[in-house]
Ligand binder design. Structure first.
Ligand code: MG
Length: 383
């Protein structure tokens, strides 16, 4: 039977790749809903391929344009309430969430509470509300949370069928970003243009800066902690500059399982949709003849302090990961406005986290408040 899929954030980079995957397996998947804040034309293009019954413009101001352009058979909707309606619809099997920012949290919680599979690309969901989200995922029959991020998908693929007591340690790999071999002084003076030059992945500006600072890895370690229920002392990050090895799982018997693939988001997207089945086809097959070496390089934490923030956020939990995420977002914005230096990103994150008194996660309102307060403070940290 075809799985009925809803895609949130359909027009972004993950959303467009998801559309390619969903289009490639029409016998497996039926797209019943699309939602995005971005390009109406791209939403309309995808609606022309999939003929979903509902298409949501999350930005209400785009509703009229969407309604006038949609092909017959698809209904235009607007606003964030429409997202909830879409993801909780009884016939929906899979909700793929690739919304950038915090807008994904509510629909993900609602979808899990209705027992759906959620294929998750949005970082903010687990970084901000990991405890609430995992409670919803574990507390509802049928609910599943599957990662789309390449490293987490790698861990998930390595873990398949393994009992938790057999796992000693999880490793996420990092490309190391453009500044891996730079001196601390050069990193401090790096420009926005320098930071946007990512060696292996082609992504949006925010996440490219996060890769350069390794804050991306810090956020991913927090996500991994919640997703796989592993404490901070059993989580690590290591640099693999070719982005071929995405994750490693160390087992208690001393063996180590790695997941290797050509850097292409289509495999993690496809696996989250088709799990436990593996579907044959594109992307590009892995060619061992072109891989003459794999290097693992430890992160130099004296130059890249990000992993220390992750350890702190994981050990403390509660509202602190949300504060780390919020402070980093503001710091990256300030760096992109050329208001602060690259190394000030860490300064802003560190100062904002140090000032926060963490509380156990109780509600979204409480997390949002911690997030807002952190943003206000991070905006004013003098550098
Ligand atoms: Mg990643």
């Amino acid at each position: 039977m075809k799985k009925k899929v809803v895609v949130l954030g359909a027009t972004g980079s993950i959303g467009r790749n998801a559309a390619l995957e969903l289009e490639a397996y029409p016998e497996k998947f039926e797209v019943v809903g699309l939602a995005a804040r971005g390009s109406v034309d791209e939403l309309v293009r995808q609606a022309g391929i999939f003929h979903p019954r509902s298409v949501v413009a999350t930005d209400g101001a785009r509703y009229e344009e969407l309604a006038s352009k949609l092909p017959p058979g698809s209904r235009a909707l607007a606003g964030e309430e429409a997202l909830t309606e879409l993801v909780t619809s009884p016939d929906v099997d899979i909700v793929l969430c690739a919304i950038i920012g915090t807008a994904g949290i509510v629909p993900v919680l609602k979808a899990l509470a209705c027992g759906k599979r959620v294929a998750l690309a949005s970082k903010e969901v687990l970084c901000m509300a990991g405890e609430l989200v995992m409670k919803a995922a574990k507390g509802t029959p049928g609910a599943e949370l599957l990662p789309i991020d390449s490293e987490h998908s790698g861990v998930f693929q390595c873990l398949a069928g393994r009992r938790p007591e057999e796992v000693a340690r999880l490793w996420l790999t990092a490309s190391g970003g453009p500044f891996r071999t730079w001196s601390a002084e050069a990193i401090a003076r790096a420009t926005v243009e320098d930071a946007l030059r990512h060696p292996t992945w082609n992504m949006g500006a925010k996440i490219t800066i996060d890769s350069a600072s390794l804050m991306n890895k810090a956020l991913e370690l927090v996500e991994a902690r919640y997703l796989f229920g592993v404490e901070g002392d059993r989580l690590g990050a290591v640099i693999e500059p070719h982005s071929i090895v995405h994750a490693l799982v160390e087992l208690t018997d001393g063996g180590c399982i790695a997941q290797l693939a050509v850097p292409d988001m289509r495999l993690p997207i496809r696996y989250a949709l088709s799990f436990p089945e593996r579907l044959a086809g594109k992307p590009e097959r892995f060619d061992f003849s072109r891989l003459n070496r794999v290097d693992f390089i430890p992160v130099d934490e004296s130059k890249f302090p990000s992993l220390g923030f992750a350890r702190q956020a994981i050990a403390c939990g509660g509202t602190l990961p949300a504060v780390m995420n919020a402070a980093n977002e503001v710091a990256v914005e300030r760096f992109m406005r050329r208001e602060v230096r690259f190394s000030d990103i860490w300064k802003i994150v560190g100062k904002t986290m140090a000032r926060h008194t963490a509380e156990p996660q109780e509600s979204l309102e409480q997390i949002r408040e911690a997030d807002l307060e952190a943003r206000r403070f991070a905006e004013t940290v003098a550098c």
